[in-house]
Design a protein around this ligand. Structure first.
Ligand code: AMP
Ligand code: GLY
Length: 421
């Protein structure tokens, strides 16, 4: 079978490594992939949002199955366009990807169907938003409506900060058109849990839970990033919390999307907060999380391609989705300065052991050498029978990933360890 994977980060590298385990897979094309992915797939220089070229490539190369991993091509209708040419795909169509593409849509969906989430108001008029903030409870959370590369969320701890955020989004257009509509919502507290799930629109099979580390610095200080590391499973996701999430959130969300005529197939990512009032949805993503995927997929014992195909065929109920009873830790090595400005173009080297455990997110291949090309450069994952061992191993192996200006958080997994105590 010939497969195509749209995207080119650490998440896509992890997906490709898992897909390769299926002996029926003869070739995987990554569009565009990256210098590290090139060790595991054939990289083709077609951008992840160049839908016309992706479709033309898939048709020309007689692709048997396509996996569309990132949010933007999903929201732009990449799956719709591939399916229109008869190419089966993993991922939601555009009318379902809106669950991530529009926060106004997802908040209204949750309200309409009684799915627990932070209380909120929606504004498309700046004066009304500013008036509302005169009396709104503080801290408060301001969210731009559309995709904003994970940066469209501002947590304001004073009224002035909240008003400035509204002005920046609606008048200053710091997130472009995403700021035309904004959501102002209640500030929730509690530990966060990421749950990625497979769904064919009929049943939902959650993957092992995970914990992201979003801030750039140790002890959760510094700016928000795409994620500096992950552990799985997440100790806050107890069997009782899992049961409530399934009943109060996962199944109602699948049913709500069906009722709206927007059946969701693929990976639905639930960003949850375990509040004193129970689990609530912070956000939905229409795709695998990154770096969550880098701890979740290594723990998957079932064949990834088979499970993905079951989400497209509507046969997920009969398909086993099994995870190893182990712990995984992924440590991101980034370019110092990320998520702000950073230098790139440094040679990236990895020991043999490190290369086998490392997914490459931001490096290009030039004359046979890997050169750093992004903020997040690699994710190194280790698995073990206990969380402390997984953390220790991940850091030990990540030491074999080297480039000038390399930066890692030193405390990935420590919060989870504390929760276990
Ligand atoms: P998002 O980009 O939607 O994942 O939001 C980024 C981060 O902002 C989340 O991971 C949370 O830590 C935080 N956040 C978002 N919404 C809320 C909320 N209503 N209350 C508290 N924190 C929030
Ligand atoms: N790691 C968070 C995300 O993928 O959105």
């Amino acid at each position: 079978m010939k497969l195509l994977v749209v995207g080119g980060g650490g998440r896509e590298h992890a997906i490709i490594r898992s897909l390769k385990k299926n002996p029926q897979v003869t070739e995987i094309f990554a569009l565009p992939g990256n210098g590290g992915i090139a060790a595991d797939a054939t990289c083709v220089p077609i951008g992840a949002t160049d839908i016309e070229k992706i479709v033309a490539f898939a048709v020309e190369n007689k692709i048997d199955y396509a996996v569309v991993a990132p949010d933007d091509p999903l929201v732009l209708g990449c799956v719709d366009a591939l399916e229109a040419k008869g190419i089966p795909c993993f991922g939601p169509r555009a009318n379902a990807a809106i669950i991530e593409g529009s926060k106004v849509f997802s908040k209204n969906l949750m309200k309409k169907y009684g799915i627990p989430t932070a209380r909120y108001e929606i504004f498309d008029d700046m004066a009304a938003a500013l008036r509302y903030l005169e009396t709104a409870p503080i801290p408060t959370v301001i969210k731009a409506d559309g995709l904003a590369l994970g940066k469209g969320v501002i947590i304001a701890s004073t009224r002035e900060e909240a008003k400035a955020a509204v002005r920046d989004m609606m008048e200053g257009h710091i997130f472009g058109k995403s700021g035309d509509h904004i959501v102002i919502e209640e500030f929730l507290t509690g530990p966060e849990v990421s749950v990625l799930s497979f769904t064919d629109g009929k049943v939902v099979k959650p993957m092992v839970s995970s914990m992201d580390h979003k801030r750039a610095g140790d002890n959760d200080t510094g700016l928000n990033t795409g994620g500096m590391g992950t552990v799985a499973p997440n100790p806050y996701y107890t069997p009782e919390v899992a049961r409530r999430c399934m009943e109060e959130i996962f199944l109602p969300t699948i049913a709500a999307m069906n009722a709206e005529g927007r059946t969701f197939k693929g990976c639905l990512y639930f960003g949850l907060m375990i509040t004193p009032d129970g689990p609530k949805v912070i956000e939905y993503n229409c795709r695998f999380g990154d770096p969550e995927t880098q701890v979740v997929l290594p723990l998957l014992e079932s064949d990834l391609l088979t499970v993905m195909q079951a989400t497209s065929n509507g046969t997920l109920a009969e398909t086993e989705v099994k995870f190893a009873d182990k712990h995984a830790c992924c440590v991101i090595t980034a370019s110092a300065g990320y998520p702000k400005s950073y230098k790139k173009g440094f040679q990236l080297t990895m020991t043999e052991e490190a290369a086998a455990h490392t997914y490459v997110a931001g490096a290009k291949l030039e004359n046979g050498r890997l050169l750093t090309s992004g903020g997040r450069v690699t994710g190194t994952t280790a698995m073990a029978d206990s969380l402390p061992d997984a953390i220790r191993e991940a850091y030990r192996i990540a030491d074999g990933v080297r480039f000038e200006n390399a930066y890692r958080r030193s405390d990935i997994g420590q919060r989870a360890l504390q929760a276990l105590k």
